[in-house]
Ligand binder design. Structure first.
Ligand code: AMP
Ligand code: MG
Length: 343
């Protein structure tokens, strides 16, 4: 199949919306990462998302809307919880996904048979235009092959899914660069399932008490049930083996420099670059969590484009604010392998 590379012009959005309405797949720019969009009310189209990505069928999808009224209009939920309205008021359109009780119109393929549904209203104008023009809610996971880093440019989507999907809309570099924050209202108090640009502190300001799922920062124990199916899977990983390294500036530099000549790459901060003697990629200035988030996935993709890299040592980000989201993705990319130089 030829994959069209489209722009966000009205004419191209119309083309993309036609593909969606015929049950096809479109790579959609959003402010978080690129999504792989299909008509959420068409079970066959939804199933082809799983096929194109190689995504496990028990990992549910987020439904994207372009107006809060879409929830009722398309029967996405049985009722809209009052807490969802408060979150929408503060964070929508934007990088927050809210899980609520599922309405009867949502096919089980979207929710992997769960009785809850994940809903997001993105702020990216290209995403909003595609959803409105399609006149459908759009189910969309990240537009990468399952297991690889999420795509933050149209080229990343083409690299992973070119030839398997109808079109990609190029809406530029994703502003946030990490997937949305996911909070469920199906527990009392609500639970943060995946950290993102909207932080735990910000959610607590609106909702009061919010629990942090233990699987956000730690590995699920053997046989422990995942509060969100996506937590079970290997994620975001480049081909090289990644380790998170805890240690101060000096200890980190000495550690990676002792590995010269071993196919090692260091994922570090701008400030480290001058002292590091192995190949490196920086995530930005130390402590600038937004910049780290913005750069992380393209950095992970660049690792695989650097010849002969077998091992990556990544500086361990801090877990404050948006840093928690960066840590959550990196610890998964590292398969929870941590080297602690403080010990
Ligand atoms: P992605 O679409 O790849 O950004 O992933 C969406 C994330 O939301 C995955 O981790 C899913 O497991 C999670 N998710 C979607 N729907 C639900 C739901 N109804 N209950 C719990 N987690 C969900
Ligand atoms: Mg994903």
């Amino acid at each position: 199949m030829e994959t069209l590379l489209l722009t966000t012009s009205e004419q191209d959005i119309t083309k993309a919306a036609e593909i969606i309405r015929k049950g096809g797949l479109v790579g959609m720019p959003t402010e978080t990462v690129y999504g792989l969009a299909a008509d959420a009310l068409n079970p066959k189209a939804v199933m082809s998302i799983f096929e194109a990505k190689g995504r496990p069928a028990d990992n549910p999808l987020i439904v994207h809307i372009s107006n809060i009224n879409d929830i009722e209009k398309f029967g996405l939920t049985a009722e809209i919880p009052e807490k969802a309205l408060r979150l929408a008021e503060k964070f929508w359109p934007g990088p927050l996904t809210v899980i609520m009780p599922k309405g009867k119109n949502v096919p089980p393929q979207v929710t992997a048979g769960l009785n809850s549904v994940a809903i997001r209203f993105p702020s990216h104008k290209g995403a909003q235009a595609l959803i409105s023009k399609s006149q459908r809610p759009l189910a969309a996971p990240s537009a990468n092959l399952s297991g690889s880093p999420s795509p933050t440019t149209a080229q990343h989507v083409m690299n992973d899914l070119g030839g398997r999907i109808g079109a990609v809309i190029d809406g530029g570099d994703c502003e946030v660069g990490l997937e949305s924050t996911v909070v469920t209202l199906c527990t009392n108090p609500p639970t943060l399932l995946r950290p993102g640009k909207v932080t735990l502190e910000e959610l607590r300001e609106v909702l009061g008490e919010v629990n942090l799922s233990s699987a956000v920062l730690e590995k699920l124990k053997d046989k422990e049930e995942a509060p969100s199916p996506g937590m079970k899977y290997r994620h975001y990983a480049p081909n090289a083996k990644v380790y998170l390294v805890k240690g101060d500036d000096r200890a980190f530099t000495e550690f990676v420099n002792s590995k010269t000549g071993e196919g090692v790459l260091s994922l570090c901060y701008d400030e480290d670059a001058a002292r590091i003697c192995v190949p490196y990629i920086t995530l930005g200035k130390k402590g600038d969590y937004d910049e780290e988030a913005h750069n992380l996935f393209s950095a992970l993709r660049k690792i695989d484009e650097t010849p002969n890299i077998k091992t990556v040592y990544a500086r361990c980000p801090d877990t404050k604010g948006v840093g928690m989201a960066v840590y959550n993705r990196l610890i998964r990319a590292a398969g929870f392998e941590v080297i602690d130089l403080y010990e």
